[in-house]
Design a protein around this ligand. Structure first.
Ligand code: BGC
Length: 815
């Protein structure tokens, strides 16, 4: 287990920056009983004026209460309310040392409290792999550890919305019981390129998977009465120069790929808040885009909550928090519908007040944004004076993460059923430094301060497997030393330093040969870590490093020579190259970064206690250069990109690979099981599309082990009016645990919008007339059954306002 000192020594953005605040707790206690009783109802006299104000009367509609509150606020208070209370050390705020921490140390931000009106500060803390707060507090014997749940890629690979909702419930329990009001999660940017350093936090290259998983997560978290902030809205697809990069993206790609997941999440789960992203789209910061934050988010999708900026978003970066930069877009941000500026700077407040005075910022805009913020505050736990316990159900939540992680694991290869591995008579030789220092999750704001991480070695040992002792004795101190050096180097490199790969222990081939004799099976873990603030590289990261290739070669050769097998565990957060080495080994289990119970979760799948049912939510290409966005990745000029052109348009992920016939190493939707499934009876309930259409399929477990199957529905639409991907995922489902011989019939519904593509020329979602083919299958390349239906006449599904006017012209990829 990771010890506490090691874990808290971790350096990242938010441990280094302590939030100072005016919090509810900090309000001076007056010698006054604020309880007012009228007709048997009790109210809190929040402003202590001895009477019941409209806003204090919780029986009234929220809009009326908020109107009353706004009418009592000064301009000064309104300006303060439009931003957080800041981060010490920035823009003249009290430096970190000696700063007063808010009521939850380590939270990312807090909203302004109006003491005289009794309006408390609302606490916002990161996500998304769990709650991120400081685990240890000054002069306090208690600990405040949180559960590290599996990272986004791992959770999404379960394709199980019920499971995700349960994870959300567990996360939300920690949020609420530690006194936090909003979790800054989930994160659902599209995996545009496998090298994005934050892909581990995100779900998929496909917007439907991203949206459905995020919606389930929001429902789960918010069922606790706390809020979420879905992020980063939108197209935050690279970390390099993320605060200033200008992305040229077509309106169609925006709507079909980069916004679709957010649209699903907003419509299905009603998140309390949305976090705008750092980047610019077509020349304007997302936080200052009215088309994005008002026309689309609110008017088209019906979003009712608040929009906050990402931290220091909307100007060129926290490295140069020059007041003039920070304020250059403030007015435009507020007009666009970005209600709350985070973390908030004095210069921004001054700019708001000045522009209110000179008329550049109207009272109407200010009041609209302030009202939305007040509505949001009124529903927060702190406003309701919720008495949090500081004792969330950590034990119960450990069981939730253990189960979720094993369901998100993807069995990539299983020759001659090497897994499940049940023999416990002879030792297993466990290689790879990561086996001994398992990675629970990535770094940056998405990192959780958990009490422990179960390594692979611990998990296997607890499950009863004898492991080679000599290897353990060699690897354990080696892993500890390399890990310490890595942490030290990160600390020296500063706040957002990226994690580095630990080198492999150099093993003599003779020793490996001995192990091939004395043990029954070899396991090799390949580990990857990445984090906020930087992107991954091709060499020694996407591609295996020379020491890893040597390890796989030497171990496979020695074990195969003795007729023994080799299983690789991939403890990674994002995609790596697999094509060049997958044939050398017998089994590959993609465990992802599975959270704090990781070693136990792997052992559950390894032993067969859990039959793997995860499937890939992104493509594993043969080589990095097969990725469509590799041609323009990171933008130009290469040395320090300022702009990037999304030339691949809508052909992201499998939409590209299937349309352009580029064979991947493992395709989108792929994943094996310990059992087999037979698909039959794929049919549509009507030959001609009317208002909606139901597709059904029967899945039977024809193998010998109980298991679950993820079923995917791909649609091929006619493409006379515009080019379209060969197939697009439009629905998916997962069977219950089917016993051998058992079947289940799944039904999936298609609506007109599912049939539609976005036509820029008409500013509309259009479903073309013609024949549509539904393919139901086990992956994007493994379609088990097809059915067709007709759309007799073109359907205009939705007409919208034009958005994302281009700032340059460019050619988009077409088949
Ligand atoms: C990240 C966000 C995070 C915020 C607050 C930013 O650097 O991009 O995801 O929520 O910090 O910590």
């Amino acid at each position: 287990m990771k010890n506490r000192i090691q874990k808290t020594a971790k350096v990242s953005l938010l441990t280094a920056l302590v939030v100072s605040s005016l919090s509810w707790d900090a309000l001076p206690k007056k010698e006054y009983d604020p309880v007012i009783t009228i007709n048997g109802f009790t109210f809190t006299d929040l402003n202590r004026n001895g009477k019941l104000d409209l806003y204090e009367d919780y029986r009234l509609p929220v809009s009326q209460r908020v109107q009353d509150l706004v009418s009592q606020m000064t301009d000064e208070e309104k300006a303060s309310m439009l931003m957080g209370t800041g981060m010490p050390g920035f823009d003249g705020l009290t430096p970190v040392v000696g700063a007063v921490e808010g009521r939850v140390p380590g939270a990312a931000g807090i909203t302004f409290a109006i003491e005289r009106l009794g309006i408390p500060g609302v606490i916002l803390a990161d996500g998304p792999a769990g709650l991120r707060i400081k685990p240890i507090r000054e002069n306090d014997q208690n600990t405040y550890y949180c559960t590290a749940f599996p990272v986004g890629t791992a959770l999404a690979s379960s394709w199980n919305e019920t499971l995700i909702e349960n994870v959300g419930k567990a996360m939300g329990n920690e949020v609420k019981e530690y006194g936090v009001d909003v979790l800054l999660a989930p994160a659902l940017n599209i995996h545009r390129n496998p090298l994005c350093g934050r892909n581990f936090e995100y779900y998929s290259e496909d917007p439907l998977v991203s949206g459905k998983i995020a919606a389930a997560m929001v429902k789960g978290i918010q069922s606790n009465g706390v809020g979420t902030s879905i992020k980063h809205f939108a197209a935050n697809n690279q970390e390099t120069n993320r605060l200033s990069i200008n992305e040229h993206i077509s309106e169609r790609a925006m709507r079909e790929i980069y916004l679709k997941g957010f649209e699903i999440t907003v419509k299905e789960s009603d998140p309390w808040t949305v976090m705008s992203s750092y980047n610019l789209i077509n020349g304007t910061y997302t936080s200052a885009r009215k088309d994005l934050l008002t026309d689309i988010l609110r008017d088209e999708w019906g979003f009712k909550g608040i929009v906050m900026t990402d931290w220091f978003g909307g100007y060129a970066g926290f490295s140069a928090i020059a007041a003039k930069d920070a304020t250059s877009n403030v007015t435009q941000q507020l007009i666009a519908g970005n209600d709350l500026l985070m973390p908030g700077l004095p210069a921004q407040k001054a700019s708001i007040l000045e522009n209110m005075k000179n008329g550049k910022l109207s009272k109407a805009v200010v009041d609209t944004n302030v009202k939305r913020i007040l509505e949001f505050i009124l529903k927060s736990p702190v406003m309701k004076q919720y008495k949090y316990s500081d004792k969330p159900d950590l034990k119960g939540n450990a069981a939730v993460t253990r189960e979720a992680a094993s369901e998100g694991m993807v069995l990539l290869k299983n020759d001659k059923n090497v897994l499940p591995y049940t023999s416990q008579s002879a030792p297993i030789a466990v290689f790879g430094v990561t086996s001994y220092d398992f990675i629970a999750g990535g770094t940056g704001s998405g990192d959780v301060n958990e009490a422990y991480t179960v390594s692979l070695i611990e998990g296997l040992t607890k499950a009863g497997y004898p492991l080679d002792e000599e290897l353990k004795k060699m690897y354990t101190p080696f892993a500890a030393k390399e890990k310490a050096a890595e942490l030290e180097s990160r600390k020296k490199r500063g706040m957002l330093a990226l994690p580095e790969r630990l080198p492999e222990l150099q093993l003599d081939t003779k020793l490996i040969a001995q192990k091939a004799t004395s043990s029954e099976l070899a396991i090799i873990t390949i580990g990857r870590n990445s984090g906020e603030g930087g992107d991954r590289k091709v060499a020694d990261d996407f591609n295996l490093a020379a020491d890893e290739i040597a390890l796989i070669d030497n171990v496979s050769k020695a074990f195969h020579a003795k007729g023994k097998k080799v299983v690789v565990i991939l403890n990674i957060g994002g995609v790596i190259e697999t094509a060049s080495w997958k044939d050398k080994v017998d089994g590959i289990l993609l465990s992802w970064q599975p959270g704090q119970e990781g070693g136990n979760s792997v052992a559950d799948v390894f032993s067969g206690k859990v039959n793997p049912s995860g499937k890939l939510t992104m493509t594993f290409p043969v080589q990095y250069t097969d990725t469509p966005s590799s041609k323009n990745w990171l933008g130009t000029p290469a040395a320090n990109p300022v702009e990037v052109t999304y030339e691949e348009g809508v052909y992201v992920g499998y939409r590209y690979y299937t349309t352009f016939n580029v064979k991947p190493s493992y395709e989108f939707g792929y994943g094996k099981s310990y059992t087999q499934f037979q698909y039959s009876g794929v049919k549509v309930d009507q030959p001609v599309f009317a208002k909606q259409l139901t597709v059904s399929v029967t899945v039977k477990n024809t193998g010998k082990t109980s298991g679950k199957e993820v079923v995917q529905l791909y649609l091929s639409a006619p493409s006379k009016s515009i080019d379209k991907p060969k197939e697009e995922l439009k629905a998916f489902g997962k069977t219950k645990l089917l016993n051998p011989g058992e079947s289940e019939t799944l039904t999936m519904v298609l609506t007109p919008k599912d049939l539609a593509s976005f036509l820029e020329s008409k500013s509309a979602w259009m479903a073309e007339a013609g024949t549509y083919t539904v393919g139901v299958g086990a992956s994007s390349l493994d379609i088990k059954g097809k059915a067709t239906f007709k759309v007799p006449e073109e359907i205009t599904v939705e007409k919208v306002k034009k958005a994302f006017a281009p700032d340059v012209t460019f050619m988009e990829l077409k088949p």
